[in-house]
Design a protein around this ligand. Structure first.
Ligand SMILES: [Ca+2]
Ligand SMILES: [Ca+2]
Ligand SMILES: [Ca+2]
Length: 498
């Protein structure tokens, strides 16, 4: 090192070093051994010996370091960048880092960094020197906790690194990059307005709703949000208790649903519905850890502070089984041209057939020698109770209905579904009462016959001899119909009947 030019080494104090080992007796005077002295003094401090340090003063106050240190440290990069607008994260935090082109003195850095307005929490500064990283040998982190700085929304911040910050060699910061050290660097940035937290707008079923089901399944649970949610965080945040039968699956995303733009849907695996147990109170929670696609956490209770849970509950119960439709319809007059006629009663769910058979009466009674039979057939959205005599004759018709009669079919309220719920015969929402169906029968209006061939227009008719007759009480004796009832469909006398 050169001798100082215009600089004066000033010794403030000294201790008697004669008790130390000769090798460690190093002169405390003179610049040539300055670095060696620093090392030595450090060891003295480590040994509990307190001494005064010499410091350098300058005749030229604008250039407070020795001229051999013209290589003043510069700030080469900042996070946030200069004059930027900063989005604070979920915790109102932002990462603040300042990168220097020199290794910097940690101690000087502690007193050189000032942030205004002052954050609510205590500000810390950590200096990390990395001599192996020649591009960015020193980075300081300014933080309040977890390496991030908690700031306020909608504020103009400035972070000053004073010109008193110095590098490892003692050269002071050239904050304004004019080639001279000892002046401040100022980073200014603005924090953005408070973000809109994600929250739950509504749910289906609604909170506190009673869900009445015909079976052990209901539509999946829908949760609608004000913002698009990040599916994985939402899936991890949603729970339903008790666990639905066979577990549950959650999907989240955009929707065309008029109920909301963004939703989560909870349903059962291998189903679009949710398998539940009627008579159960369910609770659904979306934890505050659910995040939107911007990374902001849920404001579950909607109070403007995020990171709290949303919870709602609903109950389930069985609806009593109900009848959705019948053939014939209530009060219908049936043109009984075919001797037989279908009687169908559609239930909203599968019924216990034994209980129906015990509860079923038809008046006047069916007198077919084949006896009256019943069965339940699953259709698209109903279970159809079919009354019939003999399947091979006519798929599902009840025969020997009398023309000109008034029929009454009754199913008592003792009929029940597979879960033991009694029939709601009068469809008032409460089970245990009778269902009654009335209809009348009349003879067919007309049909025509050519030779032995019956042809009917609009109606099905029976044939007697060579003529068509509406008298279904007689047989068709000719042309293979002898002894049998027959009816003609679109043409001919095609179907035998016992
Ligand atoms: Ca400068
Ligand atoms: Ca909240
Ligand atoms: Ca009822």
């Amino acid at each position: 090192m050169k001798k100082d030019d215009g600089k004066i080494a000033k010794l403030l104090s000294i201790v008697d070093l004669t008790d130390l080992e000769p090798a460690r007796r190093v002169s405390l005077i003179g610049h040539d051994n300055f670095m060696e002295r620093r090392k030595f003094l450090k060891s003295l401090l480590g040994a509990g010996i307190v001494i005064g340090l010499p410091f350098l003063t300058s005749c030229n106050k604008s250039n407070p370091v020795s001229e051999e240190n013209k290589d003043f440290p510069l700030i080469i990069r900042t996070t946030p960048s200069q004059n930027s607008t900063v989005l604070l994260d979920d915790d109102q935090n932002v990462e603040v880092k300042i990168v220097f082109d020199h290794e910097m003195d940690e101690t000087s850095m502690l007193s050189s960094v000032v942030i205004t307005p002052q954050p609510v929490d205590t500000v810390h500064v950590t200096t990390v020197n990395d001599p192996t990283n020649t591009a960015e040998p020193c980075t300081i982190t300014i933080y309040t906790q977890n390496n991030k700085c908690k700031l306020l929304y909608s504020q103009n911040y400035s972070i000053t690194v004073k010109g008193t910050a110095k590098d490892k060699k003692g050269a002071f910061l050239d904050g304004n990059k004019d080639g001279q050290g000892g002046d401040d660097f100022v980073l200014t940035f603005t924090t953005d307005v408070k973000p809109v937290w994600p929250k739950v707008l509504n749910t289906v079923p609604a909170a506190g709703a009673m869900v009445a089901v015909a079976t052990n399944e209901m539509n999946g649970v829908e949760i609608f949000y004000n913002k698009e949610m990040e599916p994985n965080s939402v899936a991890a945040a949603i729970s339903i208790s008790p666990e639905p039968t066979g577990g549950h699956v959650i999907v989240s995303g955009k929707t065309n649903d008029t109920k909301g733009a963004y939703k989560s849907y909870i349903f059962s695996p291998n189903s679009n519905t949710l398998l539940i147990t009627p008579g159960t109170q369910y609770s659904v929670t979306v934890k505050g850890s659910a995040k939107d696609t911007e990374g902001y956490s849920l404001d579950g209770n909607g109070d403007g502070v995020n990171k709290d849970d949303f919870t709602f509950g609903f109950s389930t119960k069985y609806l009593p089984p109900a009848i959705k439709a019948t053939i014939p319809t209530e009060g219908q007059t049936v043109e009984l041209s075919a001797y037989c006629y279908p009687i169908h009663i559609d239930f909203d769910r599968e019924m216990d057939l034994d209980s129906i058979n015990s509860a079923l009466t038809i008046s006047p009674p069916n007198t077919s020698i084949l006896g009256l039979k019943t069965r339940m057939v699953q259709k698209s959205n109903v279970y159809e109770l079919q009354l019939y005599n003999e399947e091979i004759m006519s798929q599902d018709h009840v025969c020997i209905l009398t023309t000109g009669a008034k029929y009454t079919v009754t199913i008592k309220g003792t009929a029940k579904d597979k879960h033991g719920n009694f029939l709601d015969g009068n469809n008032d929402g409460t089970g245990g009462d009778d269902f009654v169906l009335h209809f009348s029968t009349v003879a067919p209006s007309s049909c025509s016959c050519v030779g032995n061939v019956c042809s009917c227009v609009g109606n099905v008719c029976s044939c007697v001899g060579n003529s068509c007759s509406s008298d279904i009480g007689l047989g068709c004796p000719l042309n293979g119909c002898s002894g049998y009832w027959c009816d003609c469909q679109s043409a001919g006398c095609p179907t035998y009947r016992i």
